[in-house]
Design a binder for this molecule. Structure first.
Ligand code: 5CA
Ligand code: ZN
Length: 409
């Protein structure tokens, strides 16, 4: 699939710092020191509805990761998937009497537009589940042939017992895993499984549902976790720097994906850090397509909200926090954007070299965007109250805000 156009990332004077980031697996902050090419996989959308503020907040976090790395003069290899065939997509298509491929294409196109408007850097590979199927089938065959997967009435399940490191991403106890598995696409109640947590790798064709040639697996479609693993291993290989997504993907999705990859390669861990963004709520409940309590990025754009203000609203919360979207959050962002634009539109101003370092330091410290915004606010307030004469300062501030925060002033 094609991704979306990249916005320019201005180069800043000097060099940024290495990223320290909270790792879910080790439950602490680690300093990542990637090679010349930093590697990141971020789970993409299931395109059955438009991009909401929760999605945008999660993608914003991983966009900051890339901006920090680019500022250290590294290249970034970024891979993202699109879950363009899965139960929720097929169910929504059925409900709305739509062709499921058309629904997926329409919502993916809208997602690209939203990402472009928000100045999110595009992945180098943007891969749909459907196009990944030829690569998924041999992985499932290998797992089965190695005894790490088994058949149940034609479906193929992964055996979590085959991975000695199973559980090391989420650090949950068995009961918590069982509850989350039932809630998030698993089938712990299905009789005949070796372990109730075992996730499906390949679902045998069901009447009325799309299916693909699965070679020795028979016709069917892939399970959710193996989709991301196949794409990540194909393009990034093992031991990549960050596996990213929202905190609702920690279990089962990232736990199972890591196990699949670890058993397939015999290597551990799959990723150096498992990074999870908090959940955005609306009216006290997690924003979710299934509940329908959503604020869409595209609806805000249609209503005339500047995408830079949406981005500032996202940045005003720490990525790991769970937070609530309100009209006030947006109003404050709109007002901040106006203040910042006024400050950098003056022909000269207060020196900003220290500000560049403050923004760098804030982001390198577990992506502390609120601290970065506070640093810019301080410069803006001082600038608006003074008559500094550094002619390069307003431009340097604009470039810093653009390069490190993705906001065009
Ligand atoms: N296609 C799978 C991942 S392979 C999927 O989870 N798709 S999704 O459309 O449901 O979510 C896309 C991303 O947005 C995921 O990283 C998910 O964790 C994140 N996300 C979903 N809802 C929220 C929310 N309310 N707040 C923050 N992030 C969210
Ligand atoms: Zn995923």
């Amino acid at each position: 699939m094609h991704a979306w156009p990249a916005s320019e990332v201005p180069a800043l004077p000097g060099k940024g710092r290495d990223l320290q980031i909270h790792d879910t697996a080790t439950q602490g902050t680690i300093t990542l020191a990637p090679g010349p090419v930093a590697r990141i996989y971020v789970c993409g959308i299931t395109p059955y509805d438009a991009t909401h503020i929760g999605h945008a907040a999660t993608y914003n976090a991983f966009d900051l990761v890339q901006r920090v790395w680019l500022d250290t003069k590294r290249q970034v290899h970024y891979v993202q998937n699109v879950t363009d065939v899965d139960d929720p997509l097929l169910e929504r298509a059925l409900r709305d009497n739509l062709d499921w491929t058309e629904l997926a294409e329409r919502e993916t196109a809208l997602f690209r537009e939203d990402m472009t408007a928000l100045r999110m850097l595009p992945p180098q590979q943007y891969i749909g589940a459907v196009e990944a199927i030829p690569g998924i089938v041999p992985l499932v065959e290998r797992l089965r042939d190695a005894g790490a997967a088994y058949e149940l009435d034609g479906d193929i399940y992964f055996s979590v017992g085959s991975d000695a490191n199973f559980g090391k991403v989420s650090n949950l106890d068995a009961e918590a895993m069982r509850l989350l598995s039932a809630e998030r696409g698993g089938d712990p109640e299905r009789p005949g499984k070796k372990n109730p947590l075992d996730p499906m790798l390949w679902m045998a064709a069901r009447p009325g549902e799309p299916s693909w040639d699965g070679a020795s697996l028979g016709p069917g479609r892939p399970g959710w976790h193996i989709e991301c693993v196949a794409i990540a291993l194909d393009h990034l290989g093992m031991g990549f720097d960050i596996q990213g997504g929202g905190s609702d993907l920690t279990f089962p999705h990232h736990e199972m994906g890591a196990s699949h990859a670890q058993v397939l390669t015999g290597e551990f861990p799959m990723a150096k850090a498992y990074v999870h963004a908090g959940m955005v709520a609306l009216h006290g409940e997690k924003m979710s397509k299934s509940k329908g309590n959503l604020v869409f990025v595209s609806a805000l754009r249609r209503a005339g909200v500047d995408p830079a203000a949406i981005r500032l609203a996202l940045l005003s919360h720490h990525y790991r926090a769970d937070w609530e979207w309100t009209d006030e959050v947006l109003e404050q962002a709109v007002a901040r954007l106006e203040r910042w634009r006024a400050a950098v539109s003056r022909p000269d101003g207060l020196p900003a070299d220290a500000l560049v370092e403050e923004v760098r330091e804030a982001l390198a410290n577990d992506l502390d965007a609120p601290a970065a915004l506070a640093a810019v606010d301080r410069w803006v307030d001082a600038q608006n109250a003074s008559d500094g004469d550094d002619e390069s300062a307003p431009g340097l501030v604009s470039r810093t805000v653009d390069a490190l925060l993705g906001v065009a002033l």
